[in-house]
Ligand binder design. Structure first.
Ligand code: SF4
Ligand code: FES
Length: 361
């Protein structure tokens, strides 16, 4: 099978962030500012990603706006011909900053929200006044004529507010709303007992999304990223390991997914020492779970082997202790019972207090 080009680059420019969301998918062991790649290195990475065939870059973090050189990096991506999407909390997205980023070639802004009720949303974000700042920033994005997506991560504390979240996205002028149930990696895994909704809550949310999609068709596109734990078959995580996306961590490590650094037994090359092309094509970590030859039973020979690529390696490790196993969320996995056990344990108890994300653990 010939090796596909990555479609996109996920550039984690920094792990610094003013918010403390307990569902953050960043690793617990966050990179400090002193370890971050500089703009010159990112400029090279953008060109290498484009040369490799990538079409877009998600400028992510942490909070990319904490970098004073963000416009320089956006410009580099733009010069390389990449479509640029800023994934942001909007804290620090002043009109002046937005104008500067637009002039540098920014195409799209994705603002995360923590809920619809300002007080409760600020509590989840662990940042007073966050919601007000986001509302103002969204208005500036629309005024600047940039495409706006609202991203709402839903969980036990805000899932019943989904109708209000949909109203809010519409009111703020978003063209797209991403309703993303928490995926349990990094900080989200550490906080799973506080975040997991019940199956009934999830099913009600799915109905709310379906109804809103019909009602708002042509006005607001709603993406619904369903929670793996309530599925019968896994998703193709990252479109398959080393198939569609290349992640570069703030310190320059190139990863097949944002959580890969949590997997034991893998070492990751750094863009400081190798080109993205060399890493994508030859690096052992990218080869490890690429394709189907690594797959155990029941994935071997399964008709979905080249559809979901065996699911998520990081989830297999988190739930079954071995990244090379079938993702336990698959009902065919011999470890599928671990999912039901996790749901039963985490939804039965009163909500556990959050462990808010912060550098230093
Ligand atoms: Fe996917 Fe493997 Fe389950 Fe088949 S057995 S559906 S390939 S995870
Ligand atoms: Fe790592 Fe799914 S998050 S493979």
């Amino acid at each position: 099978m010939s090796l596909p080009s990555p479609i996109g680059l996920l550039a984690e420019l920094t792990h610094r962030c003013p918010l403390g969301c307990p569902y953050c998918s960043n690793p617990i062991d966050l990179v400090r500012a002193s370890g971050e790649l500089d703009a010159r290195a990112w400029t090279r990475v953008m060109q290498e990603a484009a040369d490799l065939g990538a079409m877009h870059v998600h400028l992510s973090g942490g909070e990319p706006l904490t970098r004073n050189d963000l416009a320089e990096i956006v410009n580099a991506a733009n010069v390389a011909g990449l479509y640029t999407n800023l994934i942001t909390s909007a804290i620090g997205l002043t009109p002046q900053r937005l104008t500067e980023l637009k002039a540098a070639g920014l195409d799209h802004v994705q603002i995360s929200i923590q809920g619809a009720d300002p007080a409760r949303a600020d509590a989840v974000a662990h940042f007073k006044g966050a919601m007000k700042t986001k509302r103002e920033a969204a208005r500036h994005v629309v005024e600047e004529g940039l495409a706006l997506t609202i991203n709402a991560v839903v969980h036990r504390d805000n899932i019943r507010d989904l109708p209000q979240i949909i109203d809010l996205a519409q009111e703020w002028g978003a063209g797209r709303l991403e309703v993303a149930h928490v995926q349990y990696h990094g900080w989200a895994l550490a906080n799973r007992a506080g975040l997991m909704p019940s199956r009934d809550e999830f099913q009600t949310a799915a109905q709310v999304v379906e109804e809103a999609r019909e009602r708002l068709s042509g006005d607001l596109v709603i993406d619904h990223v369903i929670p793996d734990y309530y599925g019968e078959r896994p998703k193709a995580c990252m479109g398959g390991w080393g198939r569609q996306v290349i992640v570069v961590a703030p310190d320059g490590r190139a990863l097949p997914c944002h959580a890969a650094a949590s997997l034991p037994g893998l070492t990751f090359a750094n863009v400081k020492n190798k080109s993205l092309s060399e890493i994508w094509k030859d690096d052992a970590a990218f080869q490890r779970y690429r394709g189907t030859s690594w797959m155990p039973k029941p994935c071997q020979g399964c008709e979905r082997a080249e559809v979901d690529w065996g699911g998520c390696r990081c989830q297999a490790f988190a739930l079954a202790g071995d990244a090379s196993l079938t993702d336990p969320v698959c009902a065919l996995s011999p470890n599928h019972a671990t999912v039901a056990a996790a749901i039963a344990k985490d939804t039965a108890a009163p909500r556990a207090p959050y462990r808010f994300r912060r550098i230093g653990g």
